[in-house]
Design a protein around this ligand. Structure first.
Ligand SMILES: [Fe+2]
Length: 571
């Protein structure tokens, strides 16, 4: 007979010991879930746990009845599950966990909406943030302003990151505490708002610091093909052309279709003083510079047939605040993108470029063909030099044919989503509007609907301080000069400094007077307003810098009846 052993006195010790020895622990989610590569038929769900397991996502159209599931069998703490076979433009609820346990589910905040089918033309909205990763009140205020705006109007289909996503070095802890955080960051939104992203210089600091501890430049000698790091590990972009576009085979840059839009995500941080990895052309002044990234860019843009083409990267090619973005400066990456990215984008008719880096908001006119410093910008670079506001009848037109077919892009700097700069006013002939101050925070809302793109600069205090519209239209040509129209005259002509446009209104009408160049570019919007019957005269100042010597057309629009007068500017 075995000797009876009384365990009761030892029980606390045994329980404590067993808790250390047991391989089974309660698994916890440390990050996410969050959503990547949002397509019409698939999406990637990511989350991080504190212990190794396989991965399972349950999903379905009804909360509490998610009967379908997708798995990844490799034990991991960095979970990644591709959910495929989905229906376009459809909402699904989902849960995350392992094959033996649901860690989070039956939760009304865990849902995703698939992208539109590639052939459908439905309105879509993007929420664009840049330089947002400070984990501060500014970041939270920008988020809350967006949520209030979304509540009043409609939510975004996708969030877009313009780089400098986590300050100051892009470490894993910084992404955790400043981006996935729920107080200042977006942790609560990521369960149902997918994001697409590019990286900024700060996101690379943990891989390739710009300076060493003595302030000396670091020769970043990592091969761009194999770069890894906290930022690159956390994203899951479509690098194989899964969502349209030519495969880049790299997370560093890629493209994807979303409804009527082709998104091009470029990388302004690639390359360095090390010539072998100089893919941005930062060391090259020749316009003919090429690299694996730029070769891919040309092939990708040549292949797309999408109506809208939108490019993003971090370091802004145009800035009216930061003089460092001019030639001969230390901001050589900004200059490199203007020299080497822009000509390719223009060749293929890209419509909108969005960048960060400068901690302010800036928005250009519809411009083309400018690759130098701001002193070299001329009227010839303005495809449309008006406000771009449809409410004033000045929406930017991207013609689908004719002499200006595909010409002109709007450049936006949205780099104040958590920090603002006030060190100088915004001043650049390419920039129509800018806002910069220490407490100026904001983000950009972009709506695309058929032939129309509308963008809104939304501040953290709920103001829309800038808005512009781009429309796609067929070229209808410039009418031949017509018979005298209600005493429509321009005097003096030729013009040295100032001229007057005279006309007689016979019936009340909305009058609009523009100055165009001979290719139809709007150089100046000179008058807009409602006129009662009577005789009028509007002055136009041709001494402004946008009027180089040459021939122009003055266009008078009175209630939709349009007439032109040819004028000559002489020095
Ligand atoms: Fe930056």
């Amino acid at each position: 007979m075995m000797k009876k052993i009384y365990l009761y006195p030892l029980l606390p010790f045994l329980i404590l010991t067993a808790s250390f020895l047991s391989p089974v622990q309660a698994q916890n989610i440390l990050r996410g879930p969050y959503l990547q590569s949002q397509g019409p038929h698939s999406i990637i769900v990511r989350w991080r746990t504190d212990s190794l397991t396989d991965s399972r996502v349950y999903y379905g159209n009804t909360l509490g009845a998610m009967t379908l599931h997708a798995d990844s069998t490799t034990p991991t703490t960095e979970h990644r599950v591709l959910v495929s076979g989905l229906t376009p433009l459809t909402e699904y609820y989902y849960s995350v966990g392992s094959s033996s346990q649901v860690l989070r589910g039956n939760d009304s905040l865990l849902y995703f909406k698939t992208a539109p089918d590639s052939n459908s033309h439905v309105p879509v909205r993007f929420w664009v943030i840049g330089d947002f990763g400070h984990g501060n009140q500014g970041e939270a205020d920008v988020r809350e302003a967006y949520l209030r705006y979304a509540e009043k109007t409609k939510p975004a289909d996708m969030q877009i990151w313009l780089g400098d996503n986590a300050y100051s070095d892009g470490t894993d802890a910084e992404f955790q505490n400043k981006v996935f955080d729920t107080i200042y960051g977006y942790g609560k939104l990521f369960t149902h708002l997918p994001f697409a992203s590019t990286s900024g210089n700060h996101d690379y600091n943990s891989i390739c610091p710009w300076q060493d501890s003595n302030g000396l430049p670091v020769l970043c000698n990592q091969d761009p093909n194999t770069q890894t790091g906290p930022y690159l590990n956390l994203i899951d972009p479509p690098t194989q052309g899964e969502l349209g576009g030519v495969p880049s085979n790299l997370k560093l840059f890629y493209s994807m279709d979303y409804g009527d839009i082709h998104f091009i995500v470029l990388n302004s941080e690639l390359g360095s003083y090390n010539a072998a990895y100089n893919w941005t052309g930062v060391l090259n002044t020749s316009q003919s510079f090429t690299s694996p990234m730029l070769d891919w860019l040309k092939a990708d843009l040549a292949a797309t047939t999408k109506k809208w083409k939108i490019a993003i990267w971090h370091q802004c090619p145009y800035s009216g605040q930061d003089n460092f973005t001019e030639e001969n400066s230390v901001q050589i990456f900004c200059t490199a993108t203007r020299h080497h990215f822009n000509p390719i984008l223009e060749q293929y008719g890209v419509d909108l470029v969005m960048n960060g880096h400068d901690h302010n908001y800036q928005r250009s006119y519809l411009i083309n063909g400018h690759y130098g410093g701001k002193s070299s910008f001329t009227a010839a670079n303005l495809i449309n030099g008006t406000s771009g506001k449809d409410s004033l009848g000045e929406a930017y037109i991207k013609y689908t044919d004719g002499p200006l077919a595909g010409k002109g892009a709007v450049y936006v700097v949205e780099g104040n989503s958590s920090e603002g700069n006030s060190y100088s006013p915004i001043d650049h002939p390419a920039i129509y509007y800018g806002q910069a101050c220490n407490t100026c925070f904001g983000s950009l809302i972009v709506d695309v609907n058929g032939d129309r793109l509308d963008a809104y600069y939304l501040t953290s205090t709920d103001s829309i301080l800038d808005q512009f519209t781009i429309k796609k239209e067929a070229w209808t040509g410039i009418a031949e000069e017509q018979a005298e129209f209600d005493h429509f005259y321009v005097y003096p002509n030729p013009i040295h400094h100032q001229t007057a446009v005279g006309y007689q209104v016979l019936k009340p009408c909305d009058v609009k007077i523009d100055v165009l160049d001979l290719e139809g570019r709007v150089v100046s919007a000179s008058y807009s307003g409602t006129r009662q019957p009577g005789d009028y005269q509007e002055k136009i100042d041709f001494s402004k810098p946008q009027f180089a010597e040459g021939t122009y057309l003055i266009r008078l629009n009175c209630g939709g009846v349009v007439k032109y007068r040819k004028v000559m500017k002489m020095e």
